[in-house]
Design a protein around this ligand. Sequence first.
Ligand SMILES: *Cc1c(COP(=O)(O)O)cnc(C)c1O
Length: 413
Amino acid sequence: MKHNDLLKIAKTYGDPVYVYDSEKIISQYKRLTNAFKNVNQLRLNYAVKALSNINILKLMNSLGSGLDTVSIQEVKLGLLAGYKPESIIFTPNGVSLEEIEEAAALGVNINIDNLSILEQFGGKHPDIPVCIRINPHVMAGGNSNISVGHIDSKFGISIHQIPHLLRIVELTKMNINGIHMHTGSDILDIDVFLYASEILFETAKNFKNLEFIDFGSGFKVPYKTGDIETNIEELGKKLGSRFTAFCKEYGRDLTLAFEPGKFLVSEAGHFLAKVNVVKQTTSTVFASVDSGFNHLIRPMLYGASHEIVNISNTGGKERYYSVVGYICETDTFASNRRINEIAEGDILCFKNAGAYCFTMASNYNSRFRPAEVLWHEGRAILIRERETFDDLIRNQVDLKDLFVPKKEKVHQD
Ligand SMILES: *Cc1c(COP(=O)(O)O)cnc(C)c1O
């Protein structure tokens, strides 16, 4: 997106504001489907939790995507956005049997990631097909917060528990229609991913009625220049041909499924915030924006490095800045970052703000969550209004008469 268009959006819709470029989402979707064009049946289920605005879900639907959901609320959002239940998969972790039953009643695909629920669900609903989430115990990526396939992870059914799993399936006579893994958020090494896939293929041989194998996600996108990104094209070639060979061995064409979130929406997002104060201290220059981890928590939560551009002064001399927020707590977006000279009132653009940014926003410090704008075919369209004071107090129950202000003492002489 052009900086001028972003500046105009900040002027029209106010700041801070999230802006999503539909063209980038579409091109990422096409890039992924293209990389796997050697596979007979490919299914992309967009991970709703990355960015859940209903218009983004509708855009994905128009591209032919399915949905990956992790809560009953995400399932309902998907249905509201017009998805058919069969193109939604429910992949929760640690939710109640009741929530899974509610999703099953809505007709969506169920993915179960623990033996306790598998046994209970299979005992009650042997007729409803179920996908199982396997933990292949493979480390993907370096950050243990976003690697969910390793031995200590709470996700998935351990491959060492396959015998117990098979016993449950046999006793309940349930039907397993899919095998799933989601090893982590960053696939840096394709060979590690292929290694995990082999474990999945091996597991798949135990089930006769599979319709799909779901390889989850973990596609890495670059956050700054020089960052490694997953080589999708190479992955497509290698995994695609291995998958086709497996289908031959299995005796039937299966669907290869993925659940990309970050890959589809991260780079499409821009977060715009205004600089309130430029503050020189004895050690650095702070640029404080009208935002904080209430709007964009990834730098503080994961140590994520979002590129920051001063779109009000792109030709300005580069200086070192610490970009911080206005929250009454440490909320550093970036330290010692070279940015074109910043003046108070300038608009800073945080890149890669499409995935896990707005969806993780909160009302901390009683601030409003920002507006969201879609940039589509050369025009800006508001897709979420900025919150107002009414939104902040909507669910608060005001006990009007319970507490009364302390009366001032009246002194009488
Ligand atoms: C979060 C999540 C995804 C998406 O991961 P990305 O790194 O955003 O692509 C996919 N599958 C499951 C089960 C998830 O929980």
